[in-house]
Design a protein around this ligand. Structure first.
Ligand code: FES
Length: 149
C-alpha cells in the first residue's frame, strides 16, 4: 500500500518537474539571427508595472535583434515569457511587432499584419508569418527579471 502511494507521489513529482522544464525556448525553430541578450529589469519600476499581474505585457525597447525590442509577457500561471519583437515573416531590423490591442495575449506586425500568440510560445495565428517569435530565457527573482539566451 505504501509502495503504491510512494509510486504515485514519485510519478507526480517527475511529471511536475518535466512540466516546469518545458518552456518556449527553442533555438531549432529560430529564423531570427542570434544576438546576445542579457537584460535585467525591476518589475517594480514604473515603466514595467504592467508585469505585476498575469496577462501583463511590456516591450523593452532597443534590445534583441536589430534593437527591435523584447516583449515580456506575464502568463496566467505566473511565469514570464520573453520574445524578440522581430517579425518572423520578413526578418529585418525594421519590422517589429507591437502589442495587439485587440488581444491581451497577442502581438501583431503593423507592416504585414501577422499575429502571434504570446501565451502559446509566440506562435503565429494569422497572416503571412509561419514561424514563432524568437524566444529568450527568463528567470525571476522577485522583483527582478533576467532575460537571456
Ligand atoms: S515582416 Fe516586414 S512585415 Fe511583418
Amino acid at each position: 500500500m505504501i509502495c503504491k502511494s510512494l509510486s504515485k507521489v514519485l510519478t507526480f513529482c517527475i511529471l511536475a518537474t518535466a512540466a516546469a522544464c518545458v518552456s518556449c525556448f527553442n533555438e531549432d525553430d529560430d529564423v531570427v539571427p542570434w544576438v546576445e541578450v542579457k537584460v535585467d529589469i525591476n518589475t517594480l519600476d514604473a515603466k514595467y508595472i504592467d508585469l505585476q499581474n498575469p496577462t501583463g505585457r511590456v516591450i523593452i525597447k532597443n534590445e534583441g535583434y536589430g534593437g527591435n525590442g523584447i516583449i515580456v509577457y506575464h502568463t496566467f500561471d505566473n511565469n514570464f515569457n520573453a520574445f524578440d519583437c522581430t517579425c518572423t515573416y520578413e526578418v529585418s531590423d525594421t519590422c517589429a511587432v507591437v502589442l495587439d490591442e485587440g488581444n491581451i495575449a497577442g502581438a501583431v506586425c503593423p507592416v504585414c499584419g501577422s499575429k502571434f500568440e504570446l501565451i502559446n510560445c509566440g506562435m503565429p495565428t494569422s497572416g503571412k508569418a509561419r514561424h514563432s517569435l524568437k524566444s529568450y530565457r527568463v528567470s525571476y527573482n522577485e522583483p527582478y527579471l533576467h532575460i537571456f539566451n
